[in-house]
Design a protein around this ligand. Structure first.
Ligand code: GRF
Length: 207
């Protein structure tokens, strides 16, 4: 059983699609971590009875430090950390403690439109302003630099006739809700390996 912790900061729609679409025989979300105690993703998780933890939120009295969160996740024997709309940079110590066991979903086709400040609508506005004709979503391993880890999977969407950044966001989020559970199911089935500093993904059974 792949034991997962999901990090969130916002609505949690990716968290929800992940919980609905991962294979329950092979993977389970055991913890949800957020830097915002009042976000929708946290209320959703609490409603499902999942253990939730708040990190580095000075407005929340029970907030934990990054080192304390790392300890909690190690005690729970978490195998995989999934960043699903998590807006803070993970400290290097946490990245090192979970080397090659942290993934992120980014709402564009990396290595374009990534890096510091490129999150949420900022990404879609940059894509719109570039007049790009395709966008999409990327799931990648997390290293010490924003959006620079090895790419695991991508899906593209046609945005040729799009009229606003919001329209791009609406198309991309649909792709995200398929791509992230797909990658997590692949990891649960041990279909993803890093070889010669590249990612190799074998198809899931039935594909
Ligand atoms: C998603 O677009 C994700 O790619 C980005 O932030 C958004 C989070 O949405 N990093 P949600 O909280 O999963 O609804």
């Amino acid at each position: 059983m792949l034991k997962i912790a999901v990090f969130v900061s916002g609505k949690g729609s990716n968290l929800q699609s992940l919980i609905e679409k991962i294979d329950p025989k092979k993977a389970k979300v055991l913890a949800v971590v957020s830097n915002k105690s009042d976000c929708l993703a946290i209320s959703y998780s609490e409603g499902l009875g999942i253990d939730t933890f708040i990190v580095d939120d000075k407005h929340f009295s029970d907030s934990l430090s990054s080192d304390e969160i790392t300890d909690v996740l190690q005690t729970k024997e978490i195998d995989l950390i999934v960043l699903a709309g998590y807006l803070k940079k993970l400290p290097a110590s946490m990245v090192d403690s979970f080397e090659n066991r942290i993934i992120n979903i980014h709402p564009a086709l990396l290595p374009s439109f990534g890096g510091k400040g490129m999150y949420g609508m900022n990404v879609h506005k940059a894509v719109y302003n570039s007049s790009a004709m395709i966008s999409g979503a990327t799931v990648h391993f997390v290293n010490r630099n924003y959006d620079e880890g090895l790419i695991i999977a991508q899906r593209s969407v046609d945005i040729t006739n799009i009229k606003s950044p919001e329209e791009i966001a609406a198309k991309v989020i649909k792709i995200e809700h398929e791509l992230l559970p797909y990658v997590v199911n692949c990891i649960a089935e041990k279909k993803i390996i890093i070889k010669d500093n590249r990612v190799e993904v074998s198809p899931l059974n039935g594909e």
